[in-house]
Design a protein around this ligand. Structure first.
Ligand code: SF4
Ligand code: SF4
Length: 285
């Protein structure tokens, strides 16, 4: 019996964009970065039960109970996202706590149709104890042990967290928002020093599945920055799988209207620069 509860935003039973193959994806609630280009900002903070989203709910699915606590009637909720749109705190009243056992039962129902499990976010590693118990349980279960276990992370976790997870984690996908620390602070409100160290450390222990580069025009898309990023990654491991992702405005918070989308041509050019730098496994999204 595991005792640690996971704080989740949602679960997707099938996804082909969150790691290799078809995957069961767990999105945790809570993140320690505040990224300008975040596409799911309602996962950043925990609900403070202020109640501002209760009246706007068109289905009357939200109520305030003594505490106060905002409670959702999940039978009535239509997932319209109005509560997420009106929340001024980058939260959602729909986040919930669950057990490893509950998730494992859900995974068991899909196990024949998936190749693995990915924990994403929010920031997955903020709930490292829960992930360790989940992955350990999956690996120890004869019906589930064929499933691969991945983490999609902003890379902020210190080495001891990765070392704890490594025995039960098959790979990590790490976002590198900017090689230049000042730019990284502009884009995420956090330093990239732990991110760079996570990439280096995960490569060293054989757990770096891929590095994801979100291209934000005007911040990290100039040729010099792209080439310096490629050189830095190549020095760590030229066999690194590199995923180049063009920024899209969809889902980004109000107040970040100044951010510019990447063009498809620009993404192709950046992908080609990584290939020219010696990377064989480059994916442009
Ligand atoms: S989701 Fe946001 S608006 Fe709704 S109660 Fe929580 S903090 Fe307040
Ligand atoms: S998503 Fe939020 S606003 Fe929409 S029905 Fe559900 S609780 Fe109400």
């Amino acid at each position: 019996m595991n005792t640690t509860l996971g704080r989740l935003n949602k679960v997707l039973r099938f996804s082909t964009v969150d790691g290799p193959g078809n995957r069961f994806v767990i999105f945790v609630q809570g993140c320690n970065f505040d990224c300008a280009g975040c596409h799911n900002p309602y996962t950043i903070t925990d609900c403070n039960h202020c109640g501002l989203c209760v009246r706007p709910c068109p289905e009357d699915a939200l109520t305030i109970e003594p505490g106060p606590f905002v409670v959702v009637d999940r039978e009535t909720c239509t997932s319209c996202d109005v509560c997420i749109d009106v929340c001024p705190f980058d939260a959602t009243p729909l986040a919930y706590e669950t057990t490893v056992e509950d998730l494992v039962e859900q995974i068991r129902e899909t196990a024949k149709f998936i190749s693995g499990i990915t924990v994403s976010g929010g920031e997955a590693t903020l709930q490292a104890d829960f992930i360790f118990e989940l992955f350990s349980t999956v690996k120890a279960d004869p019906e589930l042990s064929h499933l691969t276990t991945f983490i999609d992370s902003n890379g902020s976790a210190p080495r001891h967290v990765w070392d704890r997870l490594a025995p039960v984690m098959d790979g990590a996908m790490i976002d590198l928002k900017a090689l230049d620390d000042a730019t990284h602070v502009q884009l995420t409100a956090a330093s990239n020093m732990p991110v760079l160290d996570s990439i280096r450390h995960l490569a060293g222990i054989g757990r770096l599945h891929e590095v994801r580069l979100l291209i934000m025009p005007g911040y990290n898309d100039d040729d010099g920055t792209v080439d310096r990023t490629a050189a830095w990654l190549r020095a760590i491991d030229p066999g690194t799988r590199v995923v180049v992702i063009g920024f899209r405005r969809h889902g980004v918070r109000r107040g970040f209207d100044y951010l510019v989308e990447s063009s498809p041509d620009q993404m192709v050019t950046i992908g080609d620069r990584f290939r020219a730098a010696g990377f064989a496994d480059v994916v442009v999204v």
